[in-house]
Design a protein. Structure first.
Length: 506
C-alpha cells in the first residue's frame, strides 16, 4: 500500500500540484541567489527559524546531488508514502492488527491540500501521523520516559516542517492520553490533567512560535464560513471528476456514519474521540489563520482519515472482513488510477507550455498571465503558478511569488513591478466571475517597462494580443499559450492599479 501510493507521481517530471512550481522558484532562489548575478537584483533571502520550512530544508542537501527538479519530485513522492505509512501504523496500534477497512482511508494521502500544493503542510502532517503512531506504540509498551525524551526533538522537527502538523500531533497525543487515563479509572478532571502533563515534551516549540509570530504580519480572518466549510468537506478528494470525487467522499462519510451507529462496524474509542476533536478544530479555525490561507480546508481530509482508520469490522465473520478489505483495496486502486491519468495528462500540458522557457533569455524579466476558468469549476487546471519554472530554468524574474514577513523567508525587491510582481497578479479569470482585471485588460495595463517578456499560459489564440505593436511573438504552444518579447508600450497608456493585498500564503 505504501509503495502503491507513489505510482501517480512516477511519470510526471514536475508533480502537477497547483502551488508547487512557485515553491520551486523559491527553492531555486534560496539555492542560487549567492551565485546568480540576476536573482539578487530582484530577490533577497535570509534564513530564519519559522514553522514552515519542511521541503525548503530538504532541498538544501538533495538538490546538489539530484538537481532541483528531481530532488523536489523525490520529496513530493515521499509525502503520500509517509502519510499512508503513518495511517497504517496508527491503525495497527489501535486495533492490534490492520483492520479490513484501513485501505479506504489511504486515498486521503492525496487529499485536496496535497493537490493544492501545500507541500510543507502535507509533509508535516505525514510526519505527525507517523509520530502519533510511535507515540501510541511507546504508550502501549509503557515506555513513557523514553517517549518523553524522544518527543522533544520529534515535536520540534514536525513544527519546523509546518506548525500545523505540530498542532495536530499535540491534539492527537492529548486525546490518546486522556482516553488512556479514563480507561485506567481516572476521573475526567484527573484524565485531562494527566493528558496535559504527558504532552509536555511536545511543548518546547511554543517558545519558537512566540518568537516567530512576534515578527509576523499575517492576519486572521473569515471565521465560521459555513458555506466554505461544507464545500471543503465535499472536496476532500477533489481532482477532475466531480461525480467520482464527491461519490468517493460520500462513501467515506457513509462508512463513518454506519460505524458510529454500530451497524456491525465500530469506531475505536481513541480515534473516534480524536476525530471529534479535529472536527471541532475544523469548525472553529477560520479560513485564514496567521496569514495561512485555507487553514480549515487543510484539516478536513486528515480528520476524515483518522475517523476511517478508527473503524473496525471484527464483529463480522472472516468472509465479510475479506469483502471489506477487497472493496477497500479496489477503492484505493481506483483513486490512484484516476490520479495517475490526471498527472500524466497534466505532465504533457506542462511539457508543452514550458517549451516557452527555451526562448527566454537568461536573467530576463517575465510577466506571466495564466488564463484560468472560474474558480467554481471542479476540475483543477494546475497552471496557476507554472510560470515560476522560468525562475528555475532561466534565472528570470517572474511575477507571482508570495511575500509575507514571518510566513516566507523570500522577499521580492523589484519596485518597478509594484503589485504586478506578486501573487496573484499572474492569475486571470473571466469577467463574469472575477472583479479583477481580465487577461485582455491586464495585457494593456501591466508596466511593460518593468518586463522583457509577456508569457501567456493556457491561453487560446482567440485571446492573443493580435496587432499590438509593442509585442513580438517568439513562441506559440501546441496546446495554447504564447510568448512575446516586449518591444514597446501598449496601444493605450499603461497604469498600475491599486490592486489587492497579496494572497495569503502557506
Amino acid at each position: 500500500m505504501i509503495l502503491a501510493s507513489i505510482v501517480p507521481l512516477l511519470w510526471p517530471v514536475i508533480p502537477p500540484i497547483i502551488d508547487l512550481p512557485e515553491h520551486m522558484g523559491r527553492y531555486h532562489i534560496q539555492l542560487e541567489i549567492g551565485r546568480s548575478p540576476f536573482l539578487k537584483q530582484w530577490f533577497s533571502f535570509e534564513w530564519g527559524i519559522i514553522g514552515n520550512l519542511g521541503v525548503d530544508l530538504l532541498v538544501e542537501p538533495l538538490a546538489p546531488v539530484f538537481g532541483l527538479v528531481l530532488a523536489v519530485k523525490l520529496i513530493v513522492m515521499a509525502i503520500p508514502a509517509l502519510t499512508v505509512a503513518g495511517l497504517l501504523l496508527i491503525a495497527r496500534e489501535v486495533h492490534g492488527r490492520l483492520p479490513p477497512t484501513a485501505a479506504f482511508a489511504l486515498p486521503l494521502a492525496y487529499g485536496f491540500p496535497f493537490q493544492f500544493g501545500f507541500v510543507n503542510y502535507a509533509l508535516s502532517m505525514a510526519l505527525a501521523l507517523l509520530a502519533f503512531g510511535v507515540w501510541l506504540r511507546l504508550g502501549r509498551q509503557r515506555r513513557l520516559k523514553l517517549r518523553a525524551i524522544l518527543f522533544v526533538p520529534i515535536g520540534a522537527i514536525v513544527w519546523v516542517a509546518h506548525s500545523y502538523g505540530w498542532g495536530v500531533l499535540g491534539l492527537l497525543a492529548f486525546v490518546a492520553e486522556v482516553i488512556d487515563a479514563r480507561n485506567r479509572g481516572r476521573s475526567w478532571i484527573a484524565a485531562v490533567w494527566y493528558g496535559g502533563l504527558a504532552c509536555l515534551p511536545l511543548a518546547p516549540p511554543v517558545l519558537l512560535m512566540l518568537i516567530w509570530r512576534s515578527d509576523a504580519s499575517g492576519n486572521t480572518r473569515d471565521f465560521l464560513n459555513w458555506t466554505a466549510k461544507r464545500a471543503w468537506m465535499l472536496a476532500i478528494l477533489r481532482d477532475r471528476d466531480v461525480n467520482f470525487d464527491i461519490g468517493s467522499a460520500t462513501l467515506l462519510y457513509t462508512l463513518v456514519v454506519v460505524a458510529t451507529l454500530r451497524a456491525g462496524l465500530r469506531v475505536d474509542r481513541v480515534l473516534g474521540a480524536a476525530a471529534l476533536v479535529l472536527l471541532a478544530a475544523y469548525l472553529i479555525i477560520p479560513r485564514i489563520l496567521l496569514g495561512s490561507a485555507y487553514a480549515d480546508m487543510r484539516l478536513a481530509p486528515f480528520m476524515v482519515a483518522v475517523a476511517v482508520i478508527g473503524i473496525s469490522a471484527d464483529r463480522f465473520d472472516r468472509k465479510w472482513m475479506t469483502g471489506f478489505a477487497i472493496v477497500g483495496v479496489l477503492f484505493y486502486a481506483a483513486r490512484l488510477a484516476s490520479l495517475t491519468g490526471t498527472y500524466v495528462e497534466r505532465d504533457g500540458f506542462y511539457a508543452d507550455q514550458l517549451t516557452a522557457t527555451d526562448h527566454i533569455d537568461r536573467g530576463a524579466r517575465v510577466f506571466v498571465l495564466v488564463n484560468l476558468p472560474c474558480s467554481g469549476r471542479w476540475r483543477l487546471e494546475r497552471a496557476d503558478h507554472l510560470g515560476a519554472i522560468a525562475i528555475v530554468k532561466r534565472d528570470a524574474f517572474v511575477n507571482g511569488q508570495w511575500e509575507m514577513p514571518g510566513a516566507q523567508l523570500l522577499r521580492v525587491d523589484y519596485p518597478a513591478a509594484g503589485r504586478w510582481g506578486l501573487d496573484p497578479s499572474q492569475v486571470r479569470r473571466p469577467a463574469r466571475c472575477s472583479r479583477n482585471l481580465t487577461l485582455e485588460q491586464a495585457i494593456q495595463k501591466f508596466p511593460r517597462e518593468a518586463f522583457d517578456y509577456l508569457w501567456l499560459i493556457d491561453t487560446p489564440p482567440s485571446k492573443f494580443p493580435v496587432g499590438d505593436p509593442g509585442l513580438q511573438q517568439v513562441w506559440q504552444g501546441r496546446r495554447g499559450g504564447a510568448l512575446y518579447r516586449i518591444t514597446g508600450s501598449a496601444t493605450s497608456p499603461s497604469d498600475t492599479p491599486t490592486g489587492k493585498l497579496p494572497r495569503a500564503t502557506q
